[in-house]
Design a protein around this ligand. Structure first.
Ligand SMILES: Cc1cc2nc3c(=O)[nH]c(=O)nc-3n(C[C@H](O)[C@H](O)[C@H](O)COP(=O)(O)O)c2cc1C
Length: 264
């Protein structure tokens, strides 16, 4: 977050990025006392986050549920066009064949298994993208590879993070696949690995991981604040889009100088 002189005194110092992030998940209301410098009248809205995932046996689905309990994000699940495939049959033969086809010709769209049309085709509204994928034979699951191959150009310049679910195998091969498929993004931090033995701990793993992401250089916080001298001394409450909601004395729950305050 930028060091803005227009934030309530004390607010900037006491709020860490995680707190701000959580506040954005609800509607962030800030209130200043009348003695404070005028509040922002114009606040640029924070960048939106998209969580995109594939899940064959629903472990990634459960991870995404835990994740979106902690952050505000749009969610999109990738589905294979052919839903009859049993990837685990014959010692995972189908899954292996799909991966081998990609490995043989990674730059050819025909190497990637078909997926259903996705619900969000325009990624321009998202600043941050979190990819959640299973590991297959130490690589990224083929279905998720198809999505990234198709949409990687739209992810250029965006902040991207990765969560990988495996039974037990390490995830360096999946990270390498992600970097190959999405070469022009900014990786927000190290990928989070969730395996079978800590899957039940996923909420706390995610909670510890989120602050390690460089969301700060992303825009999951107030980007900039513009003073409005005509409102000096008003002591009002604003939404993130800069709309004045009420006087600070109105009933409600406020964050004032970093402290929750209930006005009844
Ligand atoms: C085709 C296939 C290959 C897999 N290969 C591995 C592997 O090499 N190592 C491993 O630890 N887990 C492997 N797994 C297990 C998955 O990574 C693990 O169960 C993961 O949590 C599945 O996520 P999902 O339930 O969201 O599909 C494989 C699963 C499938 C279907």
């Amino acid at each position: 977050m930028e060091n803005s002189p227009y934030l309530c005194s004390g607010f900037q110092n006491r709020m860490n990025m995680k707190q701000i992030f959580m506040l954005l998940a609800a509607v962030l209301l800030t209130a200043c006392s009348k003695d404070d410098e005028v509040k922002a009248a114009t606040v640029q809205e924070a960048g939106k986050t998209l969580v995109v995932y594939y899940s064959y046996t629903n472990n990634c689905h459960e991870i995404v549920t835990s994740l979106t309990n902690q952050i505000q994000a749009d969610v999109m699940r990738i589905e294979p066009a052919d839903k009859t495939q049993k990837y685990e049959a014959n010692n995972y033969a189908i899954g292996t064949a799909l991966l081998n086809a990609i490995k043989a010709n990674p730059n050819d769209a025909a190497s990637y298994p078909a997926i259903d049309p996705v619900s969000i085709t325009d990624l321009s509204q998202y600043q941050n993208i979190i990819i959640v994928t299973p590991l297959w034979w130490s690589q990224m699951a083929a279905i998720m590879q198809t999505y990234l191959f198709n949409y990687s150009a739209q992810m250029a310049g965006k902040n991207v993070a990765l969560i990988v679910s495996s039974h037990s195998s390490g995830i360096s091969g999946v990270v390498a696949d992600a970097k190959r498929l999405v070469p022009d993004c900014t990786w927000m931090g190290d990928a989070l690995w969730i395996n079978a033995s800590n899957h039940s701990n996923r909420a706390s793993l995610i909670q510890n991981w989120l602050p390690t992401l460089n969301f700060e250089s992303g825009t999951n916080a107030v980007k900039s604040l513009t003073p409005d001298p005509s409102r000096r001394g008003e002591g009002s409450i604003y939404t993130l889009s800069g709309k004045r909601l009420a006087q600070a004395s109105a009933r409600g729950i406020y964050i004032e100088n970093g402290i929750k305050r209930i006005a009844q």
